[in-house]
Design a protein around this ligand. Structure first.
Ligand code: SAH
Length: 366
């Protein structure tokens, strides 16, 4: 059944008309779905009962079942594990950064992921399907409602301020649903977030990046680069064979021309693979033409995966090479270490596949 949260204003208007209702009902319905976030059709008290029945017969309102929520000891990072209607597992993370007054949701866009990056717990579990826009919106609304619930500290009880598509899945291989959900997050009668506060993170799908550029660069773009040359990238990201660096960077030039916003590059540091001084110098040459920031993320080890993070001095040396060239390259701190907040870990634990021993939040909440 089609998800009601996935339907735009036009679709709601058409449905309302088809069911012989006056035009204003479409606005009332949208209000129940997004502003009031009704959890049942019965709650939509100003809609006629016959119309509510028609709504219930032709779509779902909530489809995700909360299986588990884990809170970090500091209370600032929480991770949810959801079961979709077909039994697939997905995760969402809420990260509160008090100093910045940010409450960021890291949202999943797929059940599993087809890209199978060598260091990622999600990729290890294979690909099941794309999420629909309703399933994506549901995750964010649930965490937003949670974030608004008053706690001990009044600064905690405010809504979600940022959304990052850095959970499970490759958002640019599920473009329609991701753009539709992002549109709802931006809409004044959805969440009213500025596009500056919505980040789509990609392993580097050139056609998807061009599509974002054609959309007018409405969202921020983050690119999981993770290597500064083709050979190293292919070693850890099989998708680099399909989308080699020249094709990726040609698309990034198009995106940069379409948007006034800096591009974020995520760079997961892996000892002996991509973290030497020569790699850093190569990265400088590659990224110098872009207005960008580079998030350096020491690898979260995954059992069974033959990679490790570099030593602290090696990480520092890598960072210094970038900074000496004038590039902004913060090392991202681990968040939610004890709750398995890295990509795909809770789902992997449930599936019984290996999970990272030293978990942390998805790399780059910027
Ligand atoms: N498919 C998208 C978004 C999902 S992953 C993408 O590739 O960008 C979100 C981020 O977490 C990506 O940068 C991914 O490479 C990173 N990541 C996954 N597993 C990791 C690990 N074990 N250590 C560090 N970063 C990891």
């Amino acid at each position: 059944m089609r998800h009601w949260l996935a339907r735009g204003s036009d679709e709601l208007a058409a449905f309302t008309k088809e069911h012989g209702q006056p035009t204003f009902r479409a606005k009332q319905l949208r209000d129940w779905l997004h502003a009031k976030r009704a959890a049942s059709f019965d709650a939509m008290s100003n809609l006629p009962a016959t119309f509510r029945t028609a709504l219930a017969n032709e779509g779902s309102l909530r489809t995700l079942r909360e299986l588990e929520r884990r809170d970090a000891a500091d209370g600032l990072t929480s991770k949810w594990l959801w079961e979709a209607e077909d039994g697939g597992l997905i995760e969402s993370v809420l990260i509160i950064e008090k100093r910045l007054s940010r409450r960021t949701v890291c949202v999943s866009s797929m059940i599993g992921c087809p890209l199978a990056c060598a260091f990622c717990a999600t990729g290890g579990g294979g690909f099941r399907r794309n999420l629909n826009a309703g399933e994506i919106i549901e995750q964010v609304y649930a965490l937003d409602t949670y974030a608004r619930t008053p706690g001990d500290d009044p600064r905690d009880s405010a809504g979600v301020s940022h959304v990052v598509f850095m959970g499970m899945g490759e958002p640019l291989l599920n473009l329609d649903a991701v753009l539709s959900a992002a549109g709802t997050f931006r809409d004044a009668d959805g969440m009213g977030l500025s596009g500056r506060r919505i980040t789509i993170s990609t392993a580097g799908v050139p056609d998807g990046i061009r599509a974002l550029a054609a959309e007018g660069g409405n969202c921020r773009l983050a690119v999981s680069l993770h290597a500064s040359n083709q050979a190293a990238r292919e070693r850890i990201m099989p998708c680099a064979k399909t989308w080699p660096l020249p094709a990726l960077f040609a698309a990034l030039e198009v995106f940069a021309a379409s948007s006034s916003r800096d591009i974020t590059f995520e760079y997961c540091l892996i000892d002996g693979v991509n973290a030497g001084r020569a790699d850093a110098r190569e990265l400088v040459r590659l990224l110098k033409p872009f207005r960008c920031k580079i998030n350096l993320i020491p690898l979260n080890p995954v059992p069974g995966v033959p990679f490790a993070a570099p030593s602290a001095p090696d990480i520092r040396a890598f960072q210094e090479t970038l900074e000496a060239a004038g590039l902004s390259a913060p090392v991202r701190m681990e968040k939610g270490a004890e709750i398995g907040a890295a990509c795909g870990q809770l789902g992997a634990q449930r599936r019984g596949t290996p999970t990272p021993a030293q978990p942390s939040a998805p790399g780059s909440i910027s």
